[in-house]
Write a protein that binds this ligand. Structure first.
Ligand SMILES: Nc1ncnc2c1ncn2[C@@H]1O[C@H](COP(=O)(O)OP(=O)(O)OP(=O)(O)O)[C@@H](O)[C@H]1O
Ligand SMILES: [Mg+2]
Length: 359
């Protein structure tokens, strides 16, 4: 699977571009503010229907324009899948896949699995648990076809339960939500755990290569202490506390993955560059998993490839990227710094004030 063509209109400082991509390595080169990350942002929109830089789509539309438009062609086992996406200032989204209107962004995600690596990626380990849940759920989504349904259902249930929690006087009034909630929570936890157990060996192999000096342990926490009590017991026991908090404090919405070195959180031990490598190892392992277990290929978007990595680590990262056989988009300021790392099967794009040319 690869992104073969991308047409961009009015996205950030790119007023118009029609790009044909290499099925393997695509290097995007240009000075600060030229528009490199904006190309990755456009691809990210195609995979996830949103930006990784702003919650406000309006920020992404070029100044003084009403909408941005993307047209892309994806090659999936030699079948061409055209995708059109338009986002307007008034919040309207138009999505067309294979010539038909689509209303679910999850369909996009199925067509274009993406892994994004940016200088801020370290927040996966240093940030809130929701970052690690998103990391884990990315993989479970592709691995288990029933996960998406369970996850959307539980999100809705929790919203309803939290609203009811604020109104009700006794726990009995919540029982109507909790029967289904507990059943779904057990299912989701089992789905996450099954994926995590399969992913861990791949993570360990990659980490051993990237950070051989550390012994890192990884543990999945399902969102409540399963060994101690059932979720039903937690919900009953926490009723007054949750009512005060205004939300449900135990359940799969609190799941996490905990990475430790000698009992300490990795974020407290590793340097910034090491953290970046660690997160890259996690994401590369997920890409590898997708390929070997799910027979799907993911596309890697790597923003600011060389930042915070020494030459040896850049070589190591390049080696793993090439080994993954995936399509990759890499942005760099100076091409010379990475030119020798990626062999000849590549296309280089130069970006200058939003204008893109092929080398
Ligand atoms: N809505 C918008 N309309 C037009 N231009 C915008 C908009 N939002 C941001 N810009 C400009 O678009 C340019 C593209 O920024 P981008 O982040 O893609 O650059 P970059 O090449 O990745 O730079 P760096 O190397 O600093 O990361 C910037 O000059 C920015 O000021
Ligand atoms: Mg950038």
């Amino acid at each position: 699977m690869s992104l073969t063509r991308l047409v961009i209109h009015q996205l950030r400082n790119i007023s118009s571009a029609d790009l044909t991509f290499n099925p393997k390595i695509n290097m995007i080169v240009g000075a600060n503010g030229s528009g490199k990350t904006s190309i990755l942002e456009a691809i990210y929109f195609l995979g996830l229907g949103r930006s990784f830089r702003s919650h406000l789509t309006n920020r992404v539309i070029s100044y003084d324009h009403k909408a941005f438009t993307l047209y892309a062609e994806i090659n999936k086992r030699n079948i061409n899948i055209p995708i059109g996406l338009q986002k307007s200032q008034n919040g309207e989204t138009l999505l067309k896949i294979n010539g038909s209107h689509a209303n679910k962004l999850a369909v996009l995600t199925q067509h274009l699995p993406l892994q994004l690596l940016t200088p801020e990626s370290y927040t996966l380990v240093s940030g809130a648990p929701k970052n690690r849940r998103a990391f884990l759920d990315w993989g479970v989504f592709y691995h288990d076809p029933l996960f998406y349904h369970n996850w959307t259902r539980i999100k809705r249930l929790l919203k309803q339960r939290n609203a009811a929690l604020k109104q009700c006087k006794t726990y009995n009034e919540l029982q109507v939500w909790d029967n289904e909630l507990c059943l779904l929570s057990d299912e989701i936890s089992a789905q996450r755990q099954a994926y995590f157990d399969l992913l861990i060996p791949l993570i360990n192999i990659t980490i051993a290569d990237f950070l051989p000096e550390f012994s890192i342990t990884s543990k999945f926490f399902c969102g409540w202490d399963k060994k101690n009590k059932s979720l039903q017991d937690y919900l009953t026991d926490n009723f007054y506390r949750d009512k005060q908090l205004g939300y449900t404090s135990a359940g799969p919405q609190k799941a996490d993955v905990r990475f430790k070195i000698n009992g300490l959180p990795v974020a407290d031990v590793l340097s910034r560059g090491q953290l970046k490598l660690f997160v890259y190892a996690l994401r590369l392992a997920q890409g590898l998993f997708l390929n070997s277990f799910n027979n799907k290929q993911c596309v890697f978007l790597i923003d600011d490839f060389s930042s915070e990595l020494d030459q040896v680590k850049q070589q190591l990262l390049a080696k793993h990227i090439l080994k993954s056989d995936a399509q990759v988009f890499i942005t760099v300021i100076e091409k010379d710094s990475i030119e020798t790392l990626f062999g000849q099967e590549r296309t280089v794009f130069h970006v200058e004030h939003g204008k893109i040319t092929v080398e």
